[in-house]
Write a protein that binds this ligand. Structure first.
Ligand code: SF4
Length: 357
């Protein structure tokens, strides 16, 4: 699959965004950032789920001051989400933040922008410019009448121009909109306009169910065009769910190199086992497996082995038992009650083999 690699590489902590064919998974905490204990606990859950970079809201000085303490406790790079107040940006940078999300055009007087850019440059911290269809500048809305992709590009150019004029180029851009078609158009235009990496997201996309579909539709279309260097799925749900959706989405495009995939059948009248609960249990089990293993769970043996030839390991239901197969070849029979446990053991073995390589 084509992937847009000719973007400027930008380092966020120890992670490179852009300049390669990787797509980095991000999420955002829901805790009050000044509550260090709760924020660190949530970040650890996100990290465990596969989140690679995490953003925290930084609405006030208490939050900005907490960043130094949070940084001491977490491994993945931390991003501070700041609106308008340059003092919060300076405090976050002083606290060791790895990236800030702030729109330079909203900071105010030039000296304030210069102070932020100088501090970010000294510490090698990139800045994400977050253009959002819902908060475009008034002059742009007056010009275009309503949020459009061209208006969003104009806004992005304005903010990018301010940073470039100050010799700052460690920039990442997002062009979020809650309207999927608008977001797709805006990101396509951004990819054609800027050489900076793009952070993808469909903002305010909804609940776990509807937001997953909207985000996957929008981000999927963009990833299929090779656009996007980082992703965040925005859901009105536990942020761990955002990471799970992001991982699954990247897997679908072959962009999550070290992730296990589940193939499971839709079930039909031929079903011989309690496939839905087995598939759910195995899906949860492989969620944290960091090896490219394909696991197949099928309801019966009629088409089972044939349908799952691509799988490294799998189970097909038979009456009161399951057939364990590798690459479409039956290896042995397993009683129904032991199927899940045996399949997990086989997955562990394959993962171990992969880790040893
Ligand atoms: Fe039906 Fe068997 Fe196919 Fe599942 S694998 S959909 S149970 S025929």
């Amino acid at each position: 699959m084509y992937h847009r690699t000719e973007t400027r590489p930008v380092k966020v902590g120890n992670i490179q965004i852009g300049g390669n064919d990787q797509v980095v998974i991000q999420s955002m905490t829901t805790t009050k950032t000044h509550d260090v204990k709760a924020t660190v606990a949530e970040i650890k859950r996100l990290e465990e789920a596969g989140c690679q970079i995490v953003r925290v809201a930084c609405p006030d000085m208490r939050a900005a001051e907490a960043i130094a303490d949070i940084k001491k406790e977490v491994k993945i790079p931390l991003v501070a989400d700041i609106h308008f107040d340059y003092k919060l940006a300076l405090k976050a940078i002083e606290g060791g933040i790895d990236k800030i999300r702030i729109n330079p055009g909203n900071i105010g007087r030039r000296e304030k922008v210069e102070a932020v850019v100088k501090a970010a440059k000294e510490r090698g911290i990139p800045i994400r410019i977050g253009v959002n269809a819902g908060s475009l500048e008034k002059r742009i809305l007056d010009k275009y009448g309503y949020p459009t992709a061209d208006g969003m590009i104009e806004s992005a150019k304005h903010h990018v121009g301010i940073l470039e004029d100050l010799g700052f180029e460690d920039i990442i851009i997002s062009m979020k909109a809650s309207d999927v078609r608008l977001a797709i158009e805006a990101y396509q235009k951004a990819a054609a306009t800027f050489r900076y990496p793009l952070h993808l997201g469909i903002t305010e996309s909804g609940t776990l169910f509807s937001g997953t579909i909207k985000s996957s539709a929008g981000l999927g279309a963009l990833l299929a065009m090779g656009i996007g260097n980082t992703v965040r799925i925005s859901l009105s749900a536990d942020p761990v769910e955002e990471v799970k959706v992001a991982r699954e989405l990247l897997k679908a495009f072959g962009l999550a190199a070290n992730a296990a995939t589940l193939i499971s059948c839709p079930t039909c009248g031929r079903i011989e086992i309690d496939l839905i609960s087995i598939a759910n249990e195995i899906e949860e089990y492989i969620a944290t497996v960091k090896a490219p293993i394909k696991v197949s769970v099928l309801g019966c043996a009629v088409n089972g082995p044939g349908e799952a030839k691509e799988a490294d390991i799998g189970i097909a239901g038979a009456r009161g038992e399951g057939l364990l197969f590798r690459h479409g070849e039956i290896v042995r029979k397993i009683p129904e009650k032991d199927m899940v446990a045996e399949l997990k053991k086989e997955i562990d073995k394959l993962a171990e083999e992969y880790y040893r390589k």
